[in-house]
Design a protein around this ligand. Structure first.
Ligand SMILES: N[C@@H](CCC(=O)N[C@@H](CS)C(=O)NCC(=O)O)C(=O)O
Length: 204
């Protein structure tokens, strides 16, 4: 099974879950700066021209990092993507919320402060200010939920934690406004206890 990745935000989720589950994944690096994701052979795997992409041994391909995390969990027979209906719906709720709110705005700050400078572009102050405000609004929701809980679903780690926390390793350079959100910081501290979270990338 091949996992096409680059060392950026969304592939990080898939790489972290693959490593956490100790799956026998062959990592294929895609050089985004060279535009390899827009080449016909890659577009045949993912017409969006984006990483990550999972290609299974039978040739099936799957794009979208959240779906890939769930598929990897299925393959490993792991409860990271629960099969119990109530818990599975709760994971789906947090994945949807995260895409629309927390990581949407954290991702915008990551883009303004980390990705744009890599290409010699300055951050857009208005976009950064707007994303900062929306990030704080959704962080307050997450903070309230995490108070008294170990993980998003309570006692058990799930793919929802891997998704919703994905901007947090970049908190300082992305200028994420995390002051005043101690439960979020403690939650990320627990994730940082996992080797796969700290170092999700394959060795070079
Ligand atoms: N919703 C997609 C987003 C994937 C995505 O935006 N990937 C970025 C890297 S983090 C990418 O490949 N960018 C290259 C490009 O857009 O040309 C997912 O979660 O997999």
């Amino acid at each position: 099974m091949k996992l096409y990745y680059a060392e950026t935000l969304n592939p990080r989720k898939a790489c972290a879950v693959a490593r956490h589950l100790e799956l026998p994944v062959e990592h294929v690096h895609v050089d985004l700066a060279k535009g390899e994701q827009k080449r016909p052979e890659f577009l045949a795997l993912n017409p969006n021209g984006k990483v990550p992409v999972l290609q299974e041994a039978d040739g099936r391909t799957l794009w979208e990092s959240d779906a890939i995390m769930c598929r990897l969990s299925q393959i490993a027979g792991s409860d990271l993507w629960p099969t119990d209906p109530d818990r599975q719906i709760d994971v789906l709720r947090w994945l949807a919320w995260d895409l629309q709110h927390f990581t949407r705005h954290g991702g915008a700050l990551y883009f303004e402060h980390i990705i744009k400078p890599r290409f010699g572009l300055p951050p857009d102050p208005a976009a950064a200010e707007s994303a900062t405000g929306f990030f704080k609004t959704s962080a307050a929701v997450l903070e309230g939920h995490l108070a008294g809980r170990r993980w998003l679903l309570g006692d058990r780690l799930t793919v929802a934690d891997f998704a919703a926390a994905i901007t947090l390793p970049y908190a300082a350079p992305a200028k994420l406004p995390l002051d005043g959100f101690p439960a979020i910081q403690r939650w990320h501290g627990r994730l940082c206890e996992l080797a796969a979270w700290r170092e999700p990338w394959p060795p070079k």
